[in-house]
Write a protein that binds this ligand. Structure first.
Ligand code: ADP
Length: 403
């Protein structure tokens, strides 16, 4: 049985086709720059000999509907036959489920309506996700389609952690609260950590660190999220490629008054011009590390600030959880930047956290562990796979529905 995973953004559609029997990727690809003259479709597929072939198509893709049509065409052209069954369903990544969705949900008219109602909470993402769903429903009206929400895993966070200390009415009327994002990734790596440690997830307290372009931390008690660093929007928490993370909220008023910025300009500064980019001029951690190695003071400062912020969250979430079994590093930086993992764990022996530098720089592919023999807390490096998690959850829901 196959599951197609779709991640529809404002000007792109990413997709991955899984064969669920062996969790094998049969095809994947990306339509980019939808609506522009320079649109491209890149499609990779495994052929009958088991080799990966890539096709690349250039030329205007007018809209998401045309993008989906090209994806369907590319998938049927590269189909390797009915190896173990046809398409069982489609899983869609949806960024914001608000308070309405706590788990993957079969899409129907009511679900579409609630996703629409959540547009004010994610004005850039939810409309793009919706277009992808609507087009997929047109193309394949009889297939079960499932929405998997970035926010769902964090819906178990208790009120003391999701409320902001502002007038309650702003929550009641405007839904202002912490939602958290990257939930699919945090949930996936928590499960993978339990499998790696060969322990039931329900017996573990974990701190999961998703360190990619965007970055967030989650405190996971016995498989359920109890706190996370991103908030009402993905701007809160850790320092990121171009986002500032935690700052004094009064800074906004100061900058509006003193720097003469408009609210939209300030929004762009904090979301797109801050983080590593704002501190040292580049948003890519590989370049930040290179610059720091070459003696660039601002790049060193960016790394220092980044790791210090991560350490403060590890401390805070250790307190939130009471005790921690494992810290999990994942996503681009977490999986591949050994010097960052090193710096994030330095000086934490008081919390029972001790990193083995040699193991950390060992260069093995994830999953692997990097704590010293006497560290009370395990430190794991686990590769995230949000598409596989969406495929698994879609598959599981379809299986349960058909029972
Ligand atoms: P996204 O959030 O876009 O999915 P990723 O999880 O791919 O992002 O993470 C991107 C980040 O990972 C970038 O800052 C990139 O520089 C960093 N990264 C990727 N590979 C390495 C590496 N080998 N060493 C250090 N940083 C890396």
């Amino acid at each position: 049985m196959r599951i197609l995973v779709l991640n529809s953004g404002s000007s792109s559609i990413k997709y991955k086709l899984f064969q669920m029997v062996g969790r094998e990727v049969l095809a994947s690809g990306l339509v980019e720059r939808i609506g522009e003259e320079t649109s491209t479709l890149t499609h990779q597929a495994v052929n009958a000999q088991g080799e990966i072939t890539e096709t690349h198509r250039e030329g205007r893709v007018a809209d998401h509907r045309e993008g989906m049509r090209q994806i369907v065409e590319a998938l049927s052209a590269s189909s390797t036959g009915e190896d173990g069954g046809g398409l069982a369903g489609i899983g869609h990544r949806v960024v914001h489920g608000g308070e309405d969705f706590t788990e993957p949900t079969r899409i129907d008219e009511k679900v579409l309506q609630v996703i629409r109602q959540n547009i004010p909470l994610a004005p850039l993402h939810n409309p793009a996700n919706l277009i992808g769903i609507e087009v997929a429903l047109e193309v394949a009206p009889d297939l079960p389609q499932v929405a998997v929400f970035d926010t769902a895993f964090h819906q178990s966070i208790p009120p003391r952690a999701y409320h902001y200390a502002i007038p309650h009415e702003l929550y009641a009327r405007h839904r202002v609260r912490r939602y958290g994002f990257h939930g699919t990734s945090h949930e996936y790596v928590a499960g993978q950590a339990a499998a790696f440690l060969n322990r039931p997830l329900a017996s573990l307290n974990l701190i999961t660190l998703h360190l990619g372009n965007g970055a967030s931390v989650a405190a996971v008690r016995q498989g359920r999220c109890v706190d996370t660093s991103m908030g009402m929007t993905p701007l809160e928490g850790l320092i990121m490629g171009t986002r500032c993370g935690d700052i004094d909220p009064a800074l906004h008023f100061y900058l509006l008054r003193e720097a003469g910025l408009t609210p939209d300009e300030l929004d762009a500064v904090l979301n797109k011009e801050s983080g590593f980019k704002g501190i040292c001029g580049t948003n890519d951690m590989r370049e930040v590390l290179e610059k720091a190695d070459a003696g660039d003071d601002r790049a060193r400062l960016a790394i220092d600030m980044y790791c210090y912020r991560v350490k403060k969250y590890i401390g805070a979430y250790t307190a939130a959880l009471g005790s921690v079994d494992a810290i999990v590093f994942t996503a681009g930086i977490g999986e591949r930047a050994a010097p960052i993992r090193d710096a994030c764990c330095q000086g934490l022996s008081g919390l029972g956290i001790a990193l083995d530098t040699e193991k950390n720089h060992g260069g093995s592919p994830p999953p692997f562990e990097i704590q010293t023999a006497n560290s009370e807390v395990k430190i794991l490096v686990i590769a995230t796979d949000e598409e596989l998690q969406i495929a698994e959850q879609t598959f599981e829901l379809i299986r349960r529905m058909s029972q």
